[in-house]
Each structure stands twice: as C-alpha cells, then as structure tokens.
Design a binder for this molecule. Sequence first.
Ligand code: NAG
Ligand code: NAG
Length: 175
Amino acid sequence: MATFNAPIVLLLSLASVAIMAAGKEPTTHLHFYMHDNISNPYATAVRVAQGPRTSSAPGLYFGDIYVIDDPLTTGPSPSSPLVGRAQGFYAMASQDPADIALLLTVNLVFTEGEYKGSTLAILSRDAILSPVRELPVVGGSGKLRLARGYVLMKTYSFNQTLGDAILEWDVYVTN
Ligand SMILES: *[C@@H]1O[C@H](CO)[C@@H](O)[C@H](O)[C@H]1NC(C)=O
Ligand SMILES: *[C@@H]1O[C@H](CO)[C@@H](O)[C@H](O)[C@H]1NC(C)=O
C-alpha cells in the first residue's frame, strides 16, 4: 500500500495547487461610503443633460446624465474621515420604470491610506431599486494596477425630498 500512497498524495497536492491558481480569491477588501448629493448647497452630482421627461424614477428621467465628484468616507456620516472620491458620470439608461437602471462609469480615486494615489475603474449597470448591486471592477492604477474584481453596493440612505443618497460599497479586488 505504502508504495502507491506517495504518488497519489503528490498528484492530489498538484491538483489542489492548480485549482487554487485557477480560482484565485480576491485579495483586497475595501469598505467605504459614497455621498451622492444632487441638492444644493452641497451638490457633488450635477445634471449636465436632461432627457425628454418621459419614463421616470422620482427625480430621474430616461436620458438624464449626471457628472459626479462624490466624497468617499470611512463611515456613513458625511463628516467621517475622507478616503477618496468617485469621479465620473451616471446616465439614466433604462426606460422601464419598474426596472430603473443607471449606467455608472466612475474612477475611484483614493486619497488616504495604503492606496493613496491609486485608482479603480468601475463600468457598471446600477439597478438602483435592488437591495444589493454587483458592479464590475474593470481596471486600476498605481498599487491597484491590473485590478479585477467586483463591488457589492447597497443604498444606505436616500432622501426622497432632496434626491441625496448615501451608498455603501464593499469592493473585492485582486491584482
Ligand atoms: C449632503 O447634503 C446633506 C443635506 O443637504 C448634508 O447634510 C451633507 O453634509 C451633504 N454631504 C456632503 C458629503 O457634503
Ligand atoms: C431630507 O432632507 C430634508 C432637508 O434636509 C430633511 O428635512 C428631511 O428630514 C430628510 N428626510 C429624510 C427621510 O431623511
């Protein structure tokens, strides 16, 4: 028996190394909150194009485009420490009021901590009524060069009157 065991054990350990290499787990988890204010005087999202006011979510119409420079903070309070910004745009890209979805295209620019000066690129569908949205991470720069992974994003709070939102981000990337 012993003469057969050694090669079998070796084969099994080679197989598990191959499986680990193929299904590499994300190595970095980042957690923060994004503050998307469309109301003045603290607007960080501005509407630069307006759709024809047809299919709508409250305050959002098919064709609307907003450019954003939203702060990212460690906690849900707007006064908690800043870690970066989400810079880019979102477009109201669905006509179905029961399935409201944005095209969200942003660079996350980190300004503090280990990833200060590094960025992550997000190119995603954001179905804003879903409790959890999965956003693809399509790239990165600096310490996050060649990053790939995903984000699980939740709406932490939404003010119906003002249209201001706080989004909770859990980012899982490897590079
Ligand atoms: C967003 O607006 C709210 C209410 O107007 C304000 O309390 C909050 O501080 C603003 N957030 C940021 C990050 O400026
Ligand atoms: C929305 O913001 C307004 C103005 O700051 C505030 O009076 C109201 O309580 C807020 N609503 C919610 C649900 O937070």
